[in-house]
Design a binder for this molecule. Structure first.
Ligand SMILES: Nc1ncnc2c1ncn2[C@@H]1O[C@H](COP(=O)(O)OP(=O)(O)OP(=O)(O)O)[C@@H](O)[C@H]1O
Length: 602
């Protein structure tokens, strides 16, 4: 491990700023006028809901309009149990959380298996219906609601004043912020970020995307439920209005205006919208000389303007002025266990009579070949030959219509991408799929998702330090192996395409694969970059790695691979060494107009 990964000694500027902000937050409840403290409590409560939306909407890319309704579940559960059945608020909190989790899990399970806008639609329906359930249920006080909710007891004191209650709300907000920040920096957080760009990267590295989406949806609902519990005990009464669909949309506004991709952005948005609402509710009716909720119109315009000019909300504009966040470096620990590589020459992958039918088209038609440990096999063919389809059958992205694929001694025909990956196969993508907002190191760590285990709870509590440290070390080793070690802390989005492709190789290597699959790795690269890539792949083969490469660039392939399989119109046209294939008349005909002998031929 290089010296770069040693933990920094001095407290970074950001921590000092954070400490100063915390000191201000601690002083505000005792220094502000009472009215402002009540507003501050509301800001903190809605900030908790908005942080949940950062995880769900900002990071994973799913929209929920029903977060206020989840607040309602927490609020009404505690109202009912504490005001009417004299249960302690500390007992009603877990009950509310359990009910919320169950509802969110069912909603998530039903809607998140399907692609498309089912979750937003379901949360709209949920938000509307819950409002009417609250309003029309006599046991819940109808539209008048439930009054006389008792204050929360803390260490013998009852939090009846907003000044004392503010500290409980602050503690809850800080806890939610810390848990969310830990989660976003973890193995789970990297998988969440990968989801935003579509399911394929996660699937390729062993993430159960549907399960992850449901977990994040439940988690964001739980945050809202905690906020609802706080709201009920702050107001000491509840009615359906604060938990309506309109309220759900307003929380989304908060997150979007503040910055839905960062925890601090959501908190900032909650403060801004809550304060702005207060000001506008005073100013606008006086200005217009009519009573009404005109502030909602202003919020709507604000969201449109912000989405137009600052897609990521206002927080990133402020964050630019702050000192950059230092890289999180974990102290080195025991290394990850590495599987023993198969002996050179061992059959690793066998494709027997594989076919894939798309309607009336046979994209892959009875293709057979095998691949032995330690070799580089090239899969080539003209456009539309069926190479990508074959690649997808091998990696488990799609299932073969007929035939058999065996990898590492196991029949993997029809197995999903994650299962095949866990058997020792890792891949790169034809269209580069790095996570541009993460560092090279974090991108590379994504490759080791299946080598470590921590789930949501351990990640939120940062109890996965040892395995994260080992993974970080492994990622650094692989970045150095491919020549990107010096840029480990740069953002992947700032790299030129050639290096992004190399980063994808490093990410795949972090998985400790026995077989590396490269899908057109030279596409879009300049001549020099192709040369560098070929040199890297030769070096990896020298180190014993087995590689399957699908590629268009004949020059690169002919000078790199040990053997070739040539496909045309879905069928195997030829198979053998580059010299053998080059002399094959059928191959020459298939590549009509392309000089298979010439360097740079494509
Ligand atoms: N999901 C799909 N549905 C229908 N047809 C498909 C699908 N995927 C591929 N095809 C068709 O299958 C054939 C083989 O396509 P494939 O992408 O596998 O070829 P390829 O050799 O990778 O081509 P290229 O080099 O241009 O990427 C093409 O005719 C393509 O249009």
């Amino acid at each position: 491990m290089s010296a770069r990964v040693a933990p920094a000694g001095r407290p970074p500027m950001r921590s000092l700023l954070g400490a100063a902000l915390l000191a201000v937050a601690l002083l505000l409840p005792v220094t502000l006028p009472l009215f402002q403290v009540t507003l501050l409590v509301n800001v903190m409560i809605f900030a908790i809901v908005a942080v949940g939306l950062v995880l769900l909407t900002g990071v994973v890319g799913l929209t929920s309009f029903g977060q206020a309704a989840f607040m309602g579940v927490g609020a009404y559960t505690t109202a009912l149990l504490t005001a009417q059945h004299h249960v302690s608020p500390w007992l009603s909190l877990p009950v509310g959380l359990a009910i919320t989790a169950l509802i969110a899990w069912v909603l998530g399970l039903v809607t998140l298996r399907m692609q498309g806008h089912y979750l937003p639609l379901a949360t709209i329906a949920w938000g509307i219906s819950l409002y009417y359930v609250f309003g029309n249920t006599p046991a819940l006080g109808g539209f008048t609601g439930i009054t006389d909710i008792p204050p929360v007891p803390v260490l013998g004191a009852r939090l009846t004043s907003p000044r004392t209650f503010a500290y409980l709300a602050l503690a809850a907000l800080l806890l939610v912020m810390a848990l969310s920040t830990n989660l976003l920096r973890s193995r789970v957080g990297r998988a969440m970020r990968a989801l935003r760009g579509g399911p394929v990267v996660g699937e390729a590295f062993g993430v159960n995307n549907v399960r992850l989406k449901i977990e994040v949806f439940v988690l964001s609902a739980l945050f809202a439920s905690v906020a609802g519990w706080l709201y009920a005990h702050a107001q000491r009464f509840v009615n359906p209005t604060p938990f309506s669909l309109a309220a759900g949309i307003e929380v989304l506004f908060m997150a979007v205006v503040g910055g839905v991709q960062s925890v601090l952005g959501a908190v900032f948005g909650a403060a801004l919208i809550t304060e702005l609402r207060e000001v506008l509710q005073d100013v606008l009716p006086a200005l217009l000389r009519v009573h009404g909720n005109f502030e909602v119109i202003v919020f709507g315009i604000l969201v449109i303007v912000i989405l137009q000019f600052a897609r990521r909300g206002l927080w990133p504009l402020i964050e630019r002025l702050l000192p950059p966040e230092p890289p999180r470096l974990l102290p080195a620990g025991p290394a990850l266990g590495t599987p023993t590589p198969p002996a050179p020459g061992t059959p690793l992958l066998t494709v027997e009579g594989a076919s894939k039918q798309f309607g009336g088209l046979r994209a892959v038609d009875d293709v057979s070949f095998d691949l032995h440990a330690g070799e580089i096999l090239g899969l080539i063919g003209p456009n539309g030959a069926g190479k990508s389809t074959m690649f997808n059958l091998i990696t488990g992205v799609s299932a073969a219509s007929a035939g058999r694929i065996t990898f590492a001694g196991q029949d993997v025909t029809g197995a999903d991408a994650g299962t095949i990956h866990r058997l020792g196969m890792a891949r790169t993508f034809q269209h580069v799929r790095v996570l541009p907002d993460l560092t090279l190191l974090e991108n590379a760590m994504m490759g080791g998702y299946a080598r470590v285990r921590a789930g949501v709870p351990r990640s939120m509590l940062h109890l996965e330090r040892a395995e994260e440290a080992a993974l970080q070390q492994e990622a650094m080793t692989q970045l150095e192996r491919v020549g990107l070690g010096a840029q480990a802390f740069a953002l992947a989005g700032n790299l030129p395409l050639g290096q992004q492709r190399v980063l994808e190789v490093a990410r795949a290597l972090v998985a400790a694969p026995t077989l590396l699959l490269l899908d057109e790795p030279a596409a879009g690269l300049r001549y020099g970059e192709k040369q560098d890539l070929a040199a890297l792949l030769r070096r990896l083969r020298g180190e014993g790695l087995t590689i399957l490469i699908v590629e268009h660039d004949m020059d690169l392939v002919m000078n790199l691979v040990d053997r070739l399989v040539v496909m045309n119109s879905g069928r195997t046209l030829a198979e053998g060494t580059p010299a053998h294939v080059r002399g094959n008349p059928a191959v020459r005909e298939a590549y009509l107009g392309v000089d298979v002998d010439a360097p740079g031929a494509a």
